[in-house]
Design a protein around this ligand. Structure first.
Ligand code: SF4
Length: 179
């Protein structure tokens, strides 16, 4: 059976995404690497939710040792309006690297289920990293299953975030503006 390492952005996007790839015949592993989630206490809350989900759906979850918040800001500084591309590159390249080192056949991301994310950019970045690192990027447009994923986690009473992750997105969320 082929193995896919799934980059996990949060428990609520992971729930259906894991089901999807299992249904497609893959053995799934999860990979947590999100230096874009600020502040650190928010990052910890989202990670704890994911660890709880992983136990409940029997998903082996690797948590990257580093939080790398400084690297995140170094990458986006000076081009904040295009920050999501740099954010995806940072997270997906680390996932591809972990997938290769751990003997997975492919990598993908739960970001592909979110209608709030820049879907085409994620696809483009994933394919570019696949070429660079010589490992398959599994693409699927799962956006129609976004609410199904949230229905799965609803009875689990897991923490639900109110903004994408970075301080810029928190600012946009609570000031109701786009910068
Ligand atoms: S809005 Fe979300 S995807 Fe974009 S840079 Fe911030 S955390 Fe990353």
């Amino acid at each position: 059976m082929s193995k896919v390492l799934i980059h996990i952005c949060c428990a609520h996007c992971a729930a259906y995404t894991v089901e999807h790839w299992r249904h497609e015949g893959y053995e799934a592993g999860g990979f947590w690497y999100n230096p874009n989630i600020h502040p650190f206490t928010e990052h910890r809350q989202r990670l704890e939710s994911m660890q709880s989900l992983a136990q409940q759906i029997d998903l082996p979850l690797t948590v990257a040792a580093d939080y790398d918040i400084i690297e995140y800001f170094r990458r986006v500084a000076g081009h904040e309006s295009e920050r999501c591309r740099y954010c995806f590159e940072l997270r997906l390249s680390k996932t591809a690297e972990a997938a290769r080192l751990q003997g997975f056949d492919a990598f993908t991301t739960t970001l592909l289920i979110s209608p709030q994310q820049q879907h085409e950019t994620i696809k483009e970045v994933g394919n570019k990293i696949a070429l660079e690192q010589g490992i398959t990027f599994l693409y699927a447009d799962l956006r129609k299953r976004y609410s199904d994923s949230r229905h799965i986690t609803k009875p689990m009473d897991l923490y639900r975030q109110q903004y994408c992750g970075c301080v810029y997105s928190e600012w946009e969320r609570y000031s109701n503006t786009n910068h």
